[in-house]
Ligand binder design. Structure first.
Ligand code: PLP
Ligand code: COI
Length: 348
């Protein structure tokens, strides 16, 4: 394991990457002290000292982002809508009483880290990416439940393949009536680590039953779909593309927003952000389903199970519209298709 973590870029088999931690060369670090951020700098990737009294260790005052640097068809290294990640970082920071970070500076720093680790960006034809993980944590010590007075922004990178080992193959999901992920008034819309640790046990249990992930229902009624463990949910119902409304309990995904725009503007589809009852999935009017995320990209859903009910779409194969949306999204992301939306930011 240690060997894998320390691999030189030249030793990595970029064509067989999973979604696993691998060290890269350089990370960015900035410290927030006395009410302001330090200029920040690139440093060798590695551990840093932290007080056992740190707010992040005791009370979980921490947030993160997930982005990808891709090798485009043109050979350039590109980012997908990085300013949106910068804005969402600040929305999450507001919820967790962490300091905001200037969005343009954030994007500049992301570019610097990617450039410094460019040997780790997987080749265009591998389908892989350099995953970018910004974390913002309260590292100052505190005893009462209150925000830290010192914070740290770190941006590191990891070369990755597909998040779901199935790749662009349909996954099987379980709808849970046992667990929920977020409740109204909680922190579901923020990308805080506090939302992820409690999903590990449900994910472990469902994987042991052969499912890739859980579909969480809304905590108030246990009826409407919130999202998949680490991705947003979509279904084609009565020919319209429907996704749960981003009302505070789900993460407002950047892929989610992009898929809505692509479906409307490039495929002329009617799109709906609304409450979707899990019961609708079992009806004939629901003809395809998939989930979206930076890591998941667009992952088709082959079947869902709730207790003794099961729905299988297209014999477990990706649906036609799901495939079209996947080709359009990944085509724009890798500059195979003209970026009419102005979403791509070039690193070099
Ligand atoms: N929902 C959750 C809980 C996530 O962790 C993610 C991943 O970031 C998403 C949805 C998808 O968001 P995005 O498309 O911005 O990556
Ligand atoms: C992402 O899609 O970027 C995520 O953050 C999902 C997961 C790996 C937490």
């Amino acid at each position: 394991m240690r060997k894998l973590m320390n691999m030189k870029a030249s030793d990595i088999d970029f064509y067989n990457l999973g979604f696993n931690f691998i060290e890269t060369k350089t990370m960015f670090v900035s410290d927030f002290k006395d009410g302001k951020w330090s200029e920040g700098k690139l440093v060798p990737f590695g551990p840093f000292e932290i007080s056992p009294g740190a707010c992040i260790l005791n009370y979980g005052q921490g947030i993160f982002e997930g982005m990808k640097a891709l090798r485009a068809k043109t050979g350039e290294i590109v980012l997908f809508r990085p300013h949106e990640n910068g804005k969402r970082l600040n929305d999450s920071a507001d919820r967790m009483l962490l300091p905001n970070y200037d969005v343009d500076k954030f994007v500049d720093n992301v570019k610097q880290v990617v450039k410094a680790n460019k040997d780790y960006v997987p080749p265009y034809d591998s389908g892989g990416a350099l995953y970018i993980r910004p974390i913002l944590i309260g590292n100052g010590p505190i005893l009462g439940v209150a925000p830290a007075n010192e914070h740290k922004l770190i941006i590191f990178t990891v070369p990755v393949g597909p998040y779901f080992p199935e790749g662009f193959k349909a996954i099987d999901l379980e709808i849970s009536k046992k667990y929920t992920r977020a409740a109204p008034g909680g922190s579901g819309y923020a990308k805080t680590c506090c939302n992820y640790a409690p999903t590990m046990k449900p994910a472990k249990e469902t994987k042991a039953k052969g499912f890739a992930q859980i579909i969480y229902l809304d905590a108030a009624h246990m009826e409407y779909i919130d999202e998949v463990g680490t991705a947003n949910f979509f279904a084609i119902i009565n020919g319209k593309l429907a996704t749960p409304k981003a009302v505070g309990t789900i993460l407002p995904g950047i892929t989610r927003r992009s898929v809505l725009e692509i479906a409307e503007k490039k495929l002329g589809m009617e799109v709906e952000e609304r409450d979707i009852s899990y019961k609708e999935l079992f009806e004939d009017s629901c003809t395809e389903a998939f989930c979206t995320g930076t890591a998941a990209i667009i992952t088709p859903i082959g079947s869902v199970v709730l207790e003794d009910q099961k729905k299988v779409w297209n014999n477990g194969e990706p649906g036609e519209l799901t495939k079209k949306l996947y080709d359009l999204l990944t085509g724009i992301q890798r500059l195979e298709i003209k970026d009419e939306f102005g979403w791509i930011v070039k690193v070099e």
